[in-house]
Design a protein around this ligand. Structure first.
Ligand code: F6R
Length: 256
């Protein structure tokens, strides 16, 4: 079971995003202001867009040295050109890395931001190298997650193994349909595969923050609250075994 106290409800998407951003910044700020490293795990998609905006506002007001700040993304479509307008690399440049670099020249995405390479020729080697890079950083301090309507986290679709690591996966039909909105509603344009951190990779992050909003997420949030133990068919239920998980949900996602 998930402890009910780990769910924070806010009235709407903007309020939930602000709550999540404040929480995350309360972890990032002390570390960086003491000159320590902080590794923030990033998600893409609709859920964290406003959260990133709020986080950037907090960074803007803080005047921190970001030379010890690293970001590590959960996943990337595969294959996809880095410059594709729907690649997660492009998303990150637009919604986080680019603006953060504008705020402080002490953040350089070239050297401080990791994301799986959707252009890698050898995807197996890319996945192994990604795990090694996360290890070399000393692991992820806090991982931000969205949740799929089918309960996926990262692109760990239903059926994913709890021991799974960064690998190439097939996207579930539901995910392709859900994500087609970013491809002008054309499901055939959505890549069929992705490189994603595995469940075990995600579970090793010291802390997890999940953001979910809107009525489309209400059935999966209900399913998580009803789950007694981790279930392979709902990968997000694995998170109940993590010692430090926080859900930031809006009223619509929390309504079922
Ligand atoms: C994105 C990711 C996915 C999304 C999930 C929800 O990096 O890993 O798990 O978080 O598909 O997507 P949105 O937020 O668009 O509803």
């Amino acid at each position: 079971m998930f402890d009910p106290s780990i769910f924070t409800e806010s009235p709407d998407f903007n309020a939930a995003s602000l709550e999540a951003a404040k929480y995350i910044f309360s972890r990032v700020h002390p570390a960086l202001s003491e000159g320590k490293q902080f590794v923030l795990g990033m998600a893409t998609g609709n859920s964290p867009i406003k959260l990133y905006e709020e986080l950037l506002t907090l960074f803007r007001g803080a005047d921190l040295d970001l030379s010890q700040f690293y970001t590590v993304n959960l996943d990337e479509y595969y294959p996809i050109p880095q410059a594709h307008e729907q690649s997660y690399h492009t998303y990150m440049m637009q919604h986080f890395w680019g603006p953060l670099q504008q705020i402080s020249g002490t953040f350089n995405p070239q050297t401080q931001a990791l994301i799986p390479n959707g252009e890698a020729k050898d995807s197996t080697a890319e996945c192994a190298a990604y795990e090694d890079k996360i290890k070399a950083l000393g692991g992820i301090d806090l991982q931000i997650l969205g949740i799929g309507t089918n309960g996926h986290i990262g692109f760990n679709e239903p059926g994913s193994d709890p021991d799974s690591r960064t690998r190439v996966v097939q996207l579930a039909e539901q995910t392709i349909q859900d994500n087609s909105m970013h491809f002008a509603g054309d499901a055939t344009a959505v890549p069929r595969e992705a490189i994603t951190m595995g469940i075990a990779t995600i579970m090793e992050a010291k802390e997890l923050v999940i953001i979910a909003s809107g009525q489309s997420k209400a059935p999966i949030i209900r399913a998580l609250k009803d789950a007694k133990e981790p279930q392979k068919d709902i990968p997000a239920t694995y998170l109940m075994d993590h010692p430090a998980v926080h859900f930031f949900v809006d009223a619509a996602a929390n309504a079922a």
